[in-house]
Design a binder for this molecule. Sequence first.
Ligand code: FES
Length: 97
Amino acid sequence: MFKQLAFDKSTAIHLIINNKTVEVAKGTTVAAAVLSHGLPYTRTTAVSGAKRAPFCMMGVCFECLMVINGQPNQRGCSTYVEDGMTVEIQQGAVAYE
Ligand code: FES
């Protein structure tokens, strides 16, 4: 559904989304990286387990919560990608440790 635009590969950022290394342009948000690499959802709800995906892309709806660098409940649309970053789908309610 979403497609990454062409970009200068010399400035590419490499991150790991659900154990798969992907390459995106510097300045991309985690939510945009996830959507452009075909991940259908970013989290499941705590009650029913329904799949949710980014909606507003501006930090308001909280539908894009993911586990980023081991930290749960991070908004993918408000987080820029970084080299070596790990991103995982968040399954239900995740408590901070
Ligand atoms: S997509 Fe709405 S807060 Fe991230």
